[in-house]
Ligand binder design. Structure first.
Ligand SMILES: Cc1cc2nc3c(=O)[nH]c(=O)nc-3n(C[C@H](O)[C@H](O)[C@H](O)COP(=O)(O)O)c2cc1C
Length: 217
């Protein structure tokens, strides 16, 4: 698949079919993800691939933790957001909510429990960063995440990045035997979309390029 097509087409999927993703396909995706650039070529990323009954067990643990702790998806900002950023969050909510209303599901439950369940995807990949690295290396993690999402798409596998699980880091570590010195940064749900689910026909809005760019010449 053409790179431009993958970049344009990719979007987050929030209802997956249970059909498994071939191990060889996940290997091919990760092979491309680890070709991402990184500062001083440190390649700081670590991936844990969770499949089958282990993935189901992880989902059950995370959904239980969500029901107990009620930590929800949030932007995680450290200061109040500027109005332009808030407006984008509100717009995303307002465009997605009517679809979930029509599906007869509660927005918060769908998004938070759905995230903890990797939206029913048969495969989850957890991305970790050794805690000896500075926060600057999260840039490298973001780059490999981007590569992973696009590589998956080019392989016909759809995804949803799931940041919420970082709030349940202890449960993830415990479930997957991830050592204390590895920071759980983000995860990705991977699988085949259930196109019968209306939520998968949602496309999130974007501002145009000129809103973000300042030219100096
Ligand atoms: C770092 C990061 C964390 C995210 N965490 C979640 C999450 O926990 N749950 C979820 O449903 N979507 C999550 N998303 C998906 C975003 O909501 C989505 O990328 C955004 O709304 C743009 O939509 P698109 O991916 O369909 O283009 C995350 C995306 C990123 C990049």
């Amino acid at each position: 698949m053409d790179l431009f097509q993958a970049m344009k087409e990719r979007k987050s999927i929030r209802a997956f079919k249970p059909d498994p993703v071939e191990r060889e396909t996940i290997e091919a995706i990760l092979d491309l993800a680890v070709s991402a650039p990184s500062a001083i070529n440190l390649q700081p990323w670590e991936f844990t691939v969770v499949l089958g009954e282990e993935k189901a067990r992880l989902s059950r643990k995370l959904v239980k933790a969500y029901r107990e702790k009620q930590i929800s998806c949030s932007p995680g900002n450290v200061k109040p957001l500027a109005p332009a950023f808030t407006a984008r969050g509100v717009e995303s909510f307002q465009t997605m909510k009517p679809i979930l209303d029509r599906m007869g599901v509660d927005f918060n439950t769908f998004i938070n429990e759905g995230s903890c369940n990797f939206y029913g995807a048969p495969a989850a990949i957890i991305l970790c960063l050794d805690d000896s690295f500075s926060k600057a290396r999260l840039v490298d993690m973001g780059i490999t995440l981007g590569y992973l999402l696009l590589a998956a798409h080019a392989h016909g596998i759809w995804t949803c990045p799931i940041g919420l699980i970082a709030a349940y880091e202890d449960e993830v570590r415990d479930s997957l035997n991830i050592p204390e010195n590895k920071e759980v940064v983000i995860s990705v749900a991977l699988g085949h979309p259930d196109w019968d689910s209306p939520i998968n026909h949602f496309t999130s809005p974007r501002d145009t390029m000129d809103k973000f760019v300042r030219w100096i010449d």
